[in-house]
Write a protein that binds this ligand. Sequence first.
Ligand code: AMP
Ligand code: TRP
Length: 325
Amino acid sequence: MARVFSGIQPSGVLTIGNYLGALRHFAIKQETEETVYCIVDLHALTLPKDPDALRLQIRTLAATYLAVGIDPLKSILFVQSHVPEHAELAWLLQCMSYMGEVSRMTQFKEKAEGKESVPVGLFTYPVLQAADILLYDTNIVPVGEDQKQHIELCRDIAMRFNQRFGNVFVIPEHQIPKLGAKIMSLEDPNKKMSKSNPNPASYISLMDEPSVVKKKIIRAVTDTGCEIKDDPEHKPGVANLLTINALCSNRTIAELEALFAGKGYGDLKKDTAEVVVATLSPIQDRVKDILETTELEEALTVGAERARVIASQTLTRVKKVMGLL
Ligand code: AMP
Ligand code: TRP
């Protein structure tokens, strides 16, 4: 069995991009692999956060993991800051990483752009991410397209470490889903759908009400022409709706192209809105129920205990080879 690790930041609402590109696969993976999933709250602190809002976002993200089917008996589900080994290994790895390679990270460049003062933590964020992954002897990291560069950095740091100190770390590989790795904005289908976009019409939140979902999809920017076919280069808007529809309805893109042959964009949008609502409604109901129980706290306590057993062994190994007493 391979060890699988992934994390999501509790920063703002989750979008259907997070679900289709990441969370949905996390739930599938736990059936066949040894899975470890983390709510990366320390990563969320890299940009200013209101403490009350952050607390609520951590709980809501944990509830969302459970609501999409992550089973705390099958997966280790925990909050990053509950396992202090993450921050500690991150420091040790910072001493093994170079300014040059970390400066190349495009997510950092995007997030730092236009800011007068940039937190140091935003810069070293990918090294903390490397610590997350390496602590668990991870083989596979399922993520969306945007995280590929971070996983490559993690591999580089791990290989450098192993070369210097012997085989301490397992070298992980990223795994990007064939369909849904990059769900695009509804407002500009050439850009990634992102919760940090100031215009909520550009994304579907996992918690959007059915009427809101319908309105956003009906207004989604589509392309010139009228044919419904999967052509991301020339018809990025239509291709994006086809992807969302296929993943939510468990149909293939080819099936959808056949179904909508001779029909218009309006038909595709109406059907897509229906399948998205049918996917999100049960998740939303479960999130609301879970937030009202103590099931969540219990699951996270057990998760952190189980995570620590693995993380502390790795950290001990690392400290020893580096020469710490
Ligand atoms: P984040 O919200 O940035 O913590 O991302 C959590 C996970 O969702 C990561 O694996 C991302 O790669 C994935 N993700 C975020 N946005 C999208 C998107 N628009 N399409 C597909 N996957 C995404
Ligand atoms: N940086 C990731 C994101 O923004 C979140 C993350 C933190 C992560 N640590 C991780 C993802 C470890 C995979 C593995 O999406």
